[in-house]
Write a protein of this length. Structure first.
Length: 275
């Protein structure tokens, strides 16, 4: 039987009760602090206990929802509840075994990490203790049964004892805590020069070399001078094609046009036969 099933079965055992009243009692007694009981899960647990024959309900399932039906414990359910309660109060259980596992492995943390964790743990205990005291006071004002009052008293006493222990332990630990050491830095990895990324701020970066705009000197001259003064044009690079191309192709074409015009003007000049 889970903690939620046991808590709901014990509430039903106090007397016939409606579903919405069970939800109210769970909130008043702060049972969600140690049991996982939500609104929907509570009605699921009620249906499960009823299927097992531990409780029974009165009311029509077709016309009344689970919150409006009245529940009462059965003789079989009361026997199961007695067995479960007797087992719980007769066998000591481990308390906060996860915290003890952390204490056993303190050596893997740095002193600053341990100190921060202890402060967070102590603050959480203070918050839980304040909430438990408020719920206990509300139960006293509402004249809660003796057994419910005992449950809250034990819960508060355990939190108080844990808070006192952690305060004393922190003081004792501080007396022998080693000094904080800087976190170890990994050794630098040698990267081949060819695989290194050269950034602009690197002295060897080619981006550090000043560049000039790609423009000819003729662009800075007036249009007439740029057209006439061809000596200012940047020299061209010799290529395989340029070695077979005339140096001044425009001049050769102009000369060919002039010769053609002279032949047309002189009728005695022999003309090439047309194909």
């Amino acid at each position: 039987m889970t903690d939620a099933e046991l808590a709901i079965l014990s509430i039903v055992a106090e007397g016939p009760i409606h579903g919405y009243d069970i939800q109210t009692i769970i909130t008043q007694r702060g049972l969600r602090a140690w049991t996982n009981i939500g609104v929907s899960s509570m009605y699921y647990v009620l249906e499960k206990l009823e299927r097992q024959g531990l409780i029974e309900s009165r009311g029509s399932r077709q016309t009344e929802g689970a919150s409006r039906r009245q529940y009462r414990i059965t003789p079989a359910g009361y026997g199961v509840l007695q067995t479960a309660v007797a087992d719980l109060i007769s066998t000591p259980r481990e308390y906060a075994n996860g915290f003890e596992l952390g204490l056993a492995n303190l050596h893997v943390l740095r002193p600053s990490q341990i100190r921060t964790s202890f402060v967070a743990y102590r603050q959480e205990l203070v918050s839980r203790l304040a909430q438990a005291r408020d719920r206990w006071l509300q139960l006293k004002e509402s004249s809660a049964p003796f057994n419910v009052d005992a449950m809250m008293e034990h819960h508060v006493a355990m939190l108080e004892a844990e808070l006192e222990w952690i305060k004393a332990f922190i003081e004792e630990w501080e007396t022998q805590a080693p000094p904080d050491e800087p976190a170890p830095q990994p050794d630098p990895v040698d990267i081949p020069r060819m695989k290194q990324v050269v950034l602009p701020h690197d002295p060897d970066s080619p981006h550090r070399v000043p560049t000039r705009p790609l423009r000819s000197s003729a662009a800075a001259l007036p249009n007439s001078e740029a057209d006439t003064d061809l000596s200012l044009s940047p020299p061209s690079k010799e290529t395989a094609l340029s070695t077979r191309t005339p140096r001044d192709l425009a001049a050769d074409l102009q000369e060919a046009d002039d010769n053609s015009a002279d032949r047309d003007a002189d009728p005695e000049t022999p003309q090439d036969d047309e194909p």
